[in-house]
Design a protein around this ligand. Sequence first.
Ligand SMILES: [Zn+2]
Length: 137
Amino acid sequence: MKNDLRQAASEARLRAYAPYSSFRVGAALLTTSGAVISGCNVENLSFGLTVCAERVCVGKAIAQGEKAFQALAIIADTETPVVPCGACRQVLAEFAPSLMIISWTLGGKSQEFSLAELLPLPKQGILEVPCGTWARQ
Ligand SMILES: [Zn+2]
């Protein structure tokens, strides 16, 4: 399973659109139905519009009707395995707060994480009614 995910992430990495940073990242999500959905980073001249490989995977998965995930593979050309950025952690936690994440370097180093340890309490306090709001109405 891990090798299939790594391979899918690796192939997606080669399709990354990264003309500004040349930092290519590939990712692959394994859904609970067994589907593997890959993605790569997509940069933009307006840097803030860049989308990470992990969020591309989530968007593709949702569009394909998949929203239950069991593992995510990531691969990049770094010295140490990369971890998802904060924005991606929050997006992943929407669907799988305890997602297993396996990250590889091109050189073959790997490291495993639980999303729960990378982003504890992802939903606490969000969308709660602020204290006292009802009393003022
Ligand atoms: Zn990200």
